[in-house]
Write a protein that binds this ligand. Structure first.
Ligand SMILES: C[S@@+](CC[C@H](N)C(=O)[O-])C[C@H]1O[C@@H](n2cnc3c(N)ncnc32)[C@H](O)[C@@H]1O
Length: 246
């Protein structure tokens, strides 16, 4: 099994990855970000939607939202979040490596570092090709990751996150293959027991991800440093790449 197929990983580490504060931040971004301001009624695919942090506010904003994820537990959580919020969205279990519905969407979103998970670089390119196929002409893809340049600025600092139930997570990042890939080792400590997990994904500089978009057929490819639409530079917190299907 590849690490990203481990359903228990996503649920065990959910309190770190998907805390209530992130849900609030996602709702805020959907209301304010110029990058998430789509034409009314747009058909939006949230690829690797997780527990629906973006699905809910996007649906409440009136977009026709489809959330796709490989994890049954994450989809169940997304369904629960939609029900609680009174948001309508279609949720589907699928692998981003193969998921494509020709011309079905105006927007494809892939956010919070949900890209670059496959060992074979061709497979990651295939994900972009699938997104391209799934877009109607004029549609756009947005991918939001931690850029290689940004990561280089803080990697190596010890990171520990305290969780509300008294448990905590320690994170250690290991650069692999001359900065091509990153392994993140997590240890969740609860009382006297510890659970570990390792996530390995490709790291992209802005130029590398831009080229990958172009290789997949996208045009007008632009890089941003955050959902506020700022340019990608030394102050950026994220790397967001946007491309269009002609
Ligand atoms: C870091 S989480 C981000 C979730 C969500 N985008 C967010 O902003 O909270 C990555 C998600 O990708 C999903 N995932 C991992 N591999 C996948 C694959 N091959 N196809 C579809 N989803 C996948 C995981 O189940 C998880 O929910």
């Amino acid at each position: 099994m590849h690490w990203y197929e481990d359903d228990a990983l996503w649920s065990d580490f959910a309190p770190t990855m998907f805390p209530p504060a992130r849900a609030e931040a996602a709702a805020d971004l959907v209301g304010t970000s110029p990058l998430l301001d789509f034409a009314p009624g747009s058909r939006v695919l949230d690829l690797c939607c997780g527990p629906g942090l973006f699905v809910v506010p996007l649906a409440l904003r009136g977009y026709e939202v489809t959330g796709v994820d490989l994890s049954p537990t994450m989809l169940e959580r997304a369904g629960g979040a939609c029900a609680r919020a009174g948001a309508e969205a279609r949720l589907e279990r699928a692998d981003m490596l193969t998921y494509a519905v020709p011309g079905a969407f105006d927007v494809v979103l892939n956010v919070f570092t949900s890209f670059g998970y496959f060992n074979d670089p061709e497979d990651n390119l295939q994900v972009l090709r699938n997104a391209y196929r799934s877009l109607a002409p004029g549609g756009q893809l947005l991918v939001d990751v931690m850029g290689k340049e940004v990561l280089a600025g803080w990697i190596g600092r010890p990171q520990a996150v305290d969780l509300p139930d008294g448990s905590y997570v320690v994170q250690r990042d290991v650069v692999l293959d001359s900065w091509r890939r990153l392994r993140t080792d997590w240890t969740l400590v609860r009382g006297t027991s510890a659970r570990t997990a390792s996530l390995t994904s490709w790291l992209y500089s802005a130029a590398e991800l831009q080229t990958l978009f172009e290789d997949a057929g996208f045009t007008d490819v632009e890089c941003f440093g955050g959902f506020d639409g700022s340019g990608y530079d030394h102050r950026s917190a994220r790397l967001i790449v946007r491309g269009r299907r002609k």
